[in-house]
Each structure stands twice: as structure tokens, then as C-alpha cells.
Write a protein that binds this ligand. Structure first.
Ligand code: CA
Length: 528
């Protein structure tokens, strides 16, 4: 089981093992994770492909460039196809196939799947991550902020939560070990980005469940949500430093997720460049989160703590490449990647990632070794010097309660940060037995139809379609756009990756859809 990190003490809790105070806690590095929402791999002026692309020319993100100049850029970094699975993986170090939190979450007990014409979507853990065992259809697990809190960190949550459903304990990020909570709740988007709308117009009842929490002091003001959250993040960091506490800042921007609303600070630049209104608005939202990153980096320098702070910047899934109802055009395209958010093609999974850990990451360095969002959990714990005693949570599935066991799916990539080679052939897995989009999904290869599992090992990637058992094999080194299916040309590689993927899904007891026509479960990919 070389993809699993076994830990020795299955039932020990990290809080039993980690120091809670004293000089050791005070010398720990501060850690910042800035996570943007739906920002595609190419939605930045910092190039992540082998060559600069037209999208790199469109967007303006000088602060991501600055972070890359000062830190390490990852050109093969991954999240998941949609929001909640990424956020739960980051918080737990567990793969979405294991937790069964494999689609985005919303209201308690209500699946967000769109009906699939040919598949019955399986019972997944649609209530998301929960701080208790007793919530049906959820995963309860040790979280990253709980571990860091126990080790003496001030844990700060700014922005979007989206861990658990409305009217469950998991709708409140505070329940997962955050000392400070600003903004986050169950919702996957804000009702509005404008303070003048109170961040969700009272005249629009459909929007009010989406209103960000804790932002009342900005109601009625001419301020954009990205900016208001940054002000709050700066204040929380200043307070932690004043209190002499190392801090973990999880800053999950809502932007550039829908609703696509222009950030007035930046939009004119893109209109002047000739972009249509929707795309100009999207570009302004990207520049807004970039400005936020710069404000945080400036703060670290002003406080004299930049050398003692590790900064991660990434996105939670690929760019939204379907036309939105409001704007009518796709906001981004992810080219040269295929597809976008909601897909297990590269356009749905691949994200920008830059890490600056002063004294460890070489300035301006680039890593091509694949890493994924579930790796953040063990990586950050290693940076913090926290020993993890093992997951001791449980799944509360349709069938009953199942103990999680001691394994993590994530692997620390601290060796990569140190400049070592890592494990380029370590397999990465995605499992998405859902139909996410579909309102305007562009046919059988777009995110609209959904329901796939995928594995990447080295340069090879296999996509397994639940609808008909079809297998697609791509060589990403030669075909990053996944245009040339080599499954028939490379039967041994196809069989090997099918076996690898099937073995993993079987190991974690992944749920599969049922085919409407036959009433039979979709087999694992090595069973056909
Ligand atoms: Ca997202």
C-alpha cells in the first residue's frame, strides 16, 4: 500500500503528544494557507505551463509572481473537481474516496448531484465534515487546525468554510479547531461581493442563505468582500503577534467563484483591454485576491515575521469553463488543459501552487513532482513540528458507523520544499461518482456528464468513465491537453493503472454508481 502513510499509534490523539505552550511553541513557524475558489491553472500572470499562454497575458497577478520569485512553484499541483472535497482533504489528509465527501455540500441531507440520465448516484457523505460522530452521512476526523491549536497555535479562519451542511455542527468552521472565525459557514459562495448589498441583497431571498457570516460591520459600505476579508485577516494576524502566539492563518477567499461581480478597484483595466464584461469582471476578481496576497506578504514584512512564516497559495479546483447563467460566457478556459471545474480531466483538477518557506524553499525554484491537496495536512504538521497520532474519527455512512483507522492518504512534501527529488511515481487518485454540471455541459467529454475516477502515476493518467466503463489513457508529458487516448496503444499501462486505481478504490471501500439500464453496480476499473 505504497500510497498510504501508515502511522503507528492508531488511537493516540495528537493533543496528547504535542506541546501546548512554552518556548518550543513560541519558536514554531507561522503558517499561512491562502486558498482561492475556482481559480484555474492558467488564471494568473505567473506561468504554470511550460510556456506562457494567452491567459497568462490576460490576467495580472504580480503578487503571485512575487511569491514564486521568493519561493517554490509547483507545476503539477492538484486539487479536486469541486469545492468541498478539496476543503475536507486539506483539513483531514484523507482522500475523497475514503471520506465519501466527494461532491459539494449545501443543505442538510440534500444531495447536490444533478440527475444523471444513465446512472443512479451512490449514497455519499453529503453532510460533509463534522466535529461529532453522530451526524448521518458525514465524516468525523481529526482536523489540521485542531492539531495546530493543540500545539499552541492561534488558528484563524478567514473566508469561505464549506465543510459541512447547513443546520449541522459542521456548518461552523469554529467547530473544527479555529480560534478565530470570520466569514465562513456552510455556503459555497457569497450572496454578493458588495458591502452595499450587505453581501447578499435582502431583496433576494434566494441569496440570503449564502451571505457570509461575521461581516456586519461592513454592511452598507462600498467595500468588496475580498478587501473586507483581508482587513480582517490583517487584524487577526496582528493580534496573534501581539499576543506572542505562532499562528495558522487559513484564508479561503470566496473569489473568483460566482457570482461574477466586478471588483471595482481593478475592473476598468480589463474593460480597457477589450475583454467582454463577464471576463473583465472575472479578471478583476483574480486581481483582487492577488492584491490580498500582497497585502498579507507586506504585513509579514512590516511585522518582521516574514522569515518565520511559511506561505502557501493555491486554488480549490480548476477554472469554471461552463458559461454562467448570469454572464453567458465561460469566464476562463484552462487552455491548454481539457475541460474545467467538475471534471477529472486536468482542467478540473490542476491548480496553481506556490510555497514560500524562508530558509527552506530556494527562491525562484520550480518543482514538477506531482502533489495534491490532501498532502497539505502532513506537510503543514511537519513544518509546525507536530507529530500526528493518527486519525481516530469515523464515517457515518448509509450503512452505519465505520471507524477510519490510522491511515492518511496525504504525504508530506517537505522533502520537495527542501529541494529533494521526492517520489515522482507516487500515484494520485480522484473519485467523482457524480454529475456536477449539466445545465450547459458540452457533451460526453465535458464536466456536464461527470461520473469518473482517475489516477495519475508519473506521466501517465487514466480516466475511468462510470457510464460505460470506458478507459482513457493519456501521457501528460506529451499531451497535457488529454486529446490522444492511448488506452488501445498501451494495453499494459492501461491494465497497470486500472489495477492501481481499482486497488485503491477497493481499499477505501469507495462507493460506485448503479447503471440504470441493468440495475448493476459499476465495477471497479480492474474488474472489466
Ligand atoms: Ca471551488
Amino acid at each position: 500500500m505504497n500510497w498510504l502513510l501508515s502511522v503507528a499509534l492508531a488511537l493516540a490523539c495528537a493533543s496528547c503528544m504535542a506541546p501546548t505552550s512554552g518556548p518550543e511553541a513560541e519558536s514554531r513557524p507561522n503558517i499561512i494557507v491562502m486558498l482561492t475558489d475556482d481559480q484555474g491553472w492558467q488564471d494568473t500572470s505567473e506561468p504554470f505551463a511550460a510556456e506562457r499562454t494567452p491567459l497568462n497575458e490576460r490576467y495580472r497577478t504580480p503578487e503571485i509572481e512575487r511569491l514564486a520569485d521568493e519561493g517554490m512553484k509547483f507545476t503539477n499541483a492538484y486539487s479536486n473537481a469541486v469545492c468541498t472535497p478539496t476543503r475536507v482533504e486539506l483539513m483531514t489528509g484523507l482522500n475523497q474516496a475514503r471520506t465519501r465527501v466527494s461532491n459539494w455540500t449545501h443543505f442538510r441531507g440534500e444531495p447536490t448531484d444533478r440527475p444523471h440520465p444513465d446512472l443512479v448516484i451512490p449514497k455519499w457523505n453529503m453532510n460533509g465534515l463534522q466535529p461529532l460522530r453522530g451526524i448521518p452521512l458525514s465524516v468525523h476526523a481529526q482536523t489540521l487546525p485542531q492539531q495546530l491549536q493543540s500545539a499552541g497555535y492561534r488558528t484563524i479562519h478567514i473566508g469561505k468554510g464549506h465543510f459541512g451542511t447547513r443546520d449541522t455542527p459542521g456548518e461552523d468552521p469554529s467547530a473544527f479547531g479555529f480560534d478565530v472565525r470570520i466569514g465562513g459557514r456552510f455556503s459555497g459562495a457569497p450572496g454578493s461581493y458588495y458591502g452595499t448589498d450587505n453581501f447578499a441583497s435582502d431583496g433576494d431571498p434566494a441569496a440570503t442563505p449564502w451571505r457570509a457570516w461575521d461581516m456586519e460591520k461592513y454592511f452598507g459600505q462600498e467595500i468588496y468582500l475580498t478587501e473586507a476579508l483581508t482587513i480582517e485577516a490583517v487584524a487577526a494576524v496582528r493580534q496573534a503577534v501581539a499576543d506572542g502566539k505562532p499562528f495558522f492563518l487559513y484564508f479561503a477567499h470566496f473569489a473568483p467563484h460566482t457570482p461574477i461581480q466586478p471588483d471595482p478597484r481593478f475592473v476598468q483595466r480589463y474593460l480597457d483591454a477589450g475583454l467582454p464584461k463577464g471576463e473583465a469582471a472575472y479578471a478583476s476578481m483574480i486581481e483582487g485576491v492577488d492584491k490580498s496576497l500582497g497585502d498579507i506578504m507586506d504585513l509579514l514584512e512590516d511585522l518582521g515575521i516574514d522569515q518565520g512564516t511559511a506561505v502557501f497559495f493555491t486554488s480549490d479546483n480548476g477554472g469554471l469553463s461552463l458559461p454562467s447563467r448570469r454572464a453567458g460566457v465561460p469566464h476562463t478556459h484552462n487552455a491548454p488543459l481539457n475541460s474545467g471545474k467538475g471534471s477529472t480531466y486536468e482542467g478540473g483538477l490542476r491548480v496553481p501552487l506556490v510555497v514560500k518557506w524562508p530558509g527552506v524553499t530556494a527562491p525562484g525554484s520550480v518543482k514538477s513532482t506531482p502533489v495534491t491537496i490532501e498532502d497539505f495536512f502532513p506537510t503543514i504538521l511537519e513544518i509546525a513540528g507536530v507529530e500526528f497520532g493518527g486519525q481516530n474519527g469515523a464515517l457515518n455512512n448509509h450503512e452505519g458507523v465505520v471507524e477510519l483507522g490510522s491511515e492518511l492518504d496525504g504525504r508530506s512534501f517537505v522533502p520537495l520544499l527542501r529541494g529533494e527529488a521526492g517520489e515522482p511515481d507516487r500515484p494520485l487518485f480522484w473519485h467523482f461518482p457524480h454529475k456536477w454540471g449539466g445545465l450547459r455541459g458540452p457533451g460526453p467529454t465535458g464536466p456536464g456528464i461527470g461520473a469518473t475516477s482517475a489516477v495519475r502515476r508519473g506521466d501517465w493518467k487514466l480516466v475511468y468513465w462510470h457510464i460505460d466503463g470506458r478507459k482513457e489513457l493519456f501521457n501528460l508529458a506529451e499531451d497535457i491537453g488529454e486529446k490522444h487516448n492511448l488506452a488501445n496503444d498501451q494495453p499494459q499501462v492501461t491494465a497497470d493503472l486500472s489495477s492501481l486505481l481499482g486497488g485503491f478504490l477497493r481499499e477505501v471501500d469507495a462507493v460506485m454508481p448503479t447503471r440504470v439500464a441493468t440495475g448493476e453496480l459499476v465495477p471497479y476499473p480492474d474488474e472489466i
